[in-house]
Every structure is written in C-alpha cells, then in structure tokens.
Design a protein around this ligand. Structure first.
Ligand SMILES: [Fe+2]
Ligand SMILES: [Fe+2]
Length: 402
C-alpha cells in the first residue's frame, strides 16, 4: 500500500515532518509512502531526516519544475525502538495492576501509566514494594489535605490584643519552643522518605509532600506565636532531642511511620487539643487547633498504610512491637519530657499561681497523660495488638510524647 502526503508549500521544518511521520507510522515497517511538496529545501531536509531515522529514501528529480517528489520506505526503527517498552502500571490506581506489587527501578520518574522505553536508567529508590508504603486511602487523604490547607496570615487572629502574666507568657513560649522542635522532626522524616519512595506510588508521594508542608506551617505559626512578645525562645533539652533523634535515625519507613505517626503524632493530638483548651490567649488556641486538625490526617495515614501492611503480613506486627521496646531501651537513661514543658503545661492549665489553681492544673496534666495513653492503646488495638500488648507498648512510649 502506498500513502501519499502532499505538503504543498509547507516546509519539512515547519511541521511537514509531522505529516510524514504520521503517514509512515500508518504505513508500518517496510511499507512506502510518497511525499510531494514545493518547499525549496524539501529534498535536503528529507535526506538528513531519513538517514537519521533509518528510512530508505528515493528522490525524483524536479526537472526544472516546482514540485519535489520522493518515496520513503519505513525502516522500522521506531517499531524496534519501542519493542521491549513497558507500561508502568495505570494512572488510575483502581485499575487491575494499576499499582504494581514491586515497582521496577528502571521505570524511574516515568508517570504511572506511561510507556517506558526499554533501557531507561535505573533510579536508586529504596521503597519499591507496595506492601511497605501503599494505602488505598492515600488519594482520598491527599485530596482532603489539599482542601484543608489554611493560610497562617488569615487563619490566626494575630492582631488579637492580650497581655498575659509574664510567667504565663514564658510558659507559652516554652511550649512553642518544644512544639517547633518536634514539628521539625515531623517534617524531616516524611521528607526523607519521599526521596526514597518510588514515584510509582504517586498518591503516597503526594500525601507525604503535603504532610511535610503541613509541618512547615506548624513550625511557622508556633515560631510566630513564640516571638510575639519575646525576643528569645525557650529551652531545648537533651532528653527531648535524644527522643526525636531515634525517630530521625530510623531507616525503615513502616517503623518510622509507626513510631512517628501512630504513636508520636497520635499522642500529640491529645497534647494540641489540651493546649487549645487551656490556651491563655486566642493566638495560642488557634495555632494549636489548626495544627491538631492537620495531625489528625497524619495519624490517619499511618494507621491506614500499616493496617494494609499488617493485613498482608501479620508477621510484621512483632517487629513493630520490638521497635517500641528498642526505642524505650535506647532512651531509658534520658530525661524524656523536658521539665520546663511539663511545668509550663501545668501553669497554663492552672491559669494562675494560686495553689488551688495549681493543684487543678496539675490534675489536668495528669488527665492529659491518661488521655494520651488511652489514645495510644486504642490505635494500637486498631492495628491488631491485643489489649495487653497495647497497654504494655503504650506505657513504653517515649516520655517526650513524640
Ligand atoms: Fe505538625
Ligand atoms: Fe504531623
């Protein structure tokens, strides 16, 4: 079969090549097409292009006339080039095999669902197994996270007027200092795993990126609250940093996510709602509330992907339990929660230095730690731990809360 392409005045380099390519593709390997046109460079362009592409070219002389005429036989190089190419799953994760069990490193950065040329370079992604990272909830949580982004400038009543007792202001600054440190760990950890995650698991990559952006915002607003009325921030302790370092150093995604998101951020939910409830000023209340709402999603994703992981591999549960015990052992000689933070929480919950109020403030902080413990146990049971294990593991959770 011969296909005719009449370019008219259209030059090869003006888009004429698209028509020729299209015709050659339709003709298929070994078949010929006829090209005609009046562009003065047509023969020169065809010669170099056909040589490049491996097509056979026969040019008929113009014989003084305007019209150039050539026939091109498709050399089949394009077909050969794409033999061995592979479809990298499907863009829609819900399609069968849309998300594969093991994502080949040679798919690299290709969009999920793209056809990847054979021989593409391998990327050094560590997290390539679906079981380790995937949750069917990731897309939904990502959409929710994007819709729930708030603007620190408008979401927080920065202009609210308040004047706290000096000690209460100091307590707020100390709590903010502690929160910033913990939020920094919560930003670094998912960010590090994003770089190790095979982009095939796109929805998880996107969700972790929004999570990191959430933490960036938390750091921002806690810092702004801390310096509203003070030049300097509060104290950072060895115990707090040692606790966070065990999280930052954890190399395994599933374990880091269990310790950080399920146990740490889960515990922080109680803490942030507590701060919101007893906040001595509207700015502190707002930053705590907005952060707590975001943390709810971070915890939800941790539970979602670990539930899926454990459904496929219940044998992984004891590893999770061990990670809590190991972390506890590593931290047993550190102070845990910084005493200044504890005292600051008592003071804001008391609202004054009045002994009766302080007793009530202390009582409230005790209730907070009980609430944190109950929350951890509930989440551990959701991951399939027995009541007894849940109680044991919760009691071994770091005293730094995160
Ligand atoms: Fe956060
Ligand atoms: Fe978080």
């Amino acid at each position: 079969m011969s296909l005719d392409v009449d370019l008219g005045e259209l030059a090869f380099s003006e888009g004429g090549h698209l028509l020729i390519k299209h015709a050659l593709r339709n003709a298929g390997a070994g078949e010929s097409i006829t090209v005609t046109g009046t562009s003065p460079e047509l023969e020169i362009d065809l010669r170099s292009w056909c040589r490049d592409q491996g097509h056979r070219l026969e040019i008929q002389p113009r014989n003084g006339g305007q019209l150039a005429r050539a026939s091109i036989v498709n050399g089949g190089a394009e077909d050969k080039r794409w033999t061995g190419a592979q479809r990298a799953g499907e863009a829609d994760a819900a399609q069968p095999d849309g998300v594969v069990t093991h994502a080949p490193r040679r798919w690299g950065l290709a969009a999920r669902g793209a056809t990847v040329e054979a021989g593409s370079p391998e990327f050094d992604f560590h997290l390539v197994d679906k079981i380790e990272v995937w949750s069917d909830d990731a897309a939904r949580l990502y959409a929710q996270a994007v819709a729930a982004q708030w603007d620190p400038k408008t979401a927080i009543p920065w202009d609210a007027e308040f004047d706290l007792d000096e000690d209460v202001e100091d307590a707020v600054v100390q709590i903010m200092t502690y929160l910033i440190e913990n939020e920094t760990a919560a930003l670094i950890i998912p960010s590090r795993f994003i770089a190790q995650l095979h982009p095939h698991f796109r929805e998880v990559m996107q969700l972790l990126a929004v999570q990191a952006a959430d933490e960036a915002r938390h750091i921002d607003v806690f810092t702004r609250r801390a310096i509203m009325k003070r030049e300097h921030l509060g104290r950072s302790t060895i115990g707090g940093q040692a606790s966070l370092k065990t999280l930052v150093d954890e190399p395994e995604f599933a374990i880091a996510s269990f310790l950080l998101s399920v146990l740490g951020e889960g515990t922080f939910l109680s803490l942030l709602w507590f701060i919101e409830k007893y906040a001595p000023d509207p700015v502190t209340a707002a930053v705590a509330r907005l952060a707590a709402q975001d943390e709810g999603r971070h915890v939800a994703f941790g539970i979602a992907h670990l539930t899926q992981h454990l459904n496929h591999d219940p044998g992984f549960r004891p590893h999770l339990a061990d990670s809590v015990r190991r972390r506890h052992d590593a931290l047993q000689h550190t102070a845990g929660l910084n005493a200044e933070v504890f005292d600051a929480l008592v003071l804001i919950a008391a609202g004054s230095w009045n002994p009766e109020d302080l007793r009530r403030g202390h009582q409230r902080v005790m209730e907070l730690t009980k609430d944190m413990d109950e929350g951890r146990q509930k989440r551990l049971r959701r991951l399939g731990f027995s009541e007894q294990e849940a109680a044991e593991l919760s009691s071994l959770h770091t005293r730094n809360f995160m």
